[in-house]
Design a protein around this ligand. Sequence first.
Ligand SMILES: [Fe+2]
Length: 381
Amino acid sequence: MAPAPAVVETTTLTHNPALREPVSANTIYKEVYIGGPKAFSKDAELKGTGKQPPAKYPNYLPVWDAEKKYAPLQPFTHYEHGKDADPSFPNLLAGAQIVDLTANIGAEVRGVQLSKLTQKGKDELALLVAQKKVVAFRDQDLADLPIQEALDFGGYFGRHHIHPTSGAPAGYPEIHLVHRGADDTTARDFYQDRTNSITWHSDVTYENQPPGTTFLYLLDGPAAGGDTLFANQAEAYRRLSPEFKKRLHGLTAIHSAHEQANNSQSRGGVVRREPVTSVHPIVRTHPATGEKALFVNPQFTRRIVGFKKEESDYLLNFLYDHIAKGQDFQTRVKWAPGTVVVWDNRVTAHSAILDWDDGQRRHLARITPQAERPYETPFEE
Ligand SMILES: [Fe+2]
């Protein structure tokens, strides 16, 4: 069988003495190869290839600045703008068309230009996204603005996260890029070794203050394929029995950045900040809606604090299965030129889908404002 360089698995065991808990690779980190300096051809991107046109947004092409290192992130006070929003959304949705994608998660909006929103409109955006979990805004101009203006817009929602391993547009490390270049054959290689590409996770949950309202916008994409899956982690929590919820209350888990960093290094990528671990509650409360949501994922969660390994694996694997199989609290977003997808990373999980192999470029930019440190409010029957 041909080797499958597209997937790198690590089984690193790291000990964090401060936690007195080994961080073990309970569920093996699975990363669908999303490009890196070794796979990147600047020429093919700028000029196109025999089969593929040049990149539509060359200003957003990735660079990997191996020299630049960032200090550990420092705590900051997050202000949740969703708490200030008018829940009837007059500044966001007046004149707009909103359609729910499913009964439990997701909406699609037309007739709003996000970049033109007033402060009140942005407050309402934060609340709408917290309620719907993920909203696809069509016909947006965010990608066409100077990158700094896009960042200024997103910066309203929290401090910009700088991703430790991803490529970024030159001079804008706060932009996280998802890029697969023209003529890329990753999918063919990947499926030599794997049966599916699904990797449920919330973004960078190993940070002490993981992201909240998060923006991902399309620059270039295949005509079909590359949709994104989203799961409503609050509905996933509500589906559990009162007795089971009671058991989850008060539990915390270790989230680790080490496997992602190792994976980046192994494919010639960068590690811009030393990998960290954080301890977060398994159930967190949303500051604007008061909803509780599951907050574990197989990509970054490693171990329940105070449980023996088998106990931790057993409970985490149940929760991962519950989330992955819950098609009745999931949705699937199809991308189109001009689409900006906004989700609340605190109450959702998502997965990329690698399902096209005709070499069409896929290029997206993410603006990732960090939010509060996850917390859990008292248990209620
Ligand atoms: Fe993600």
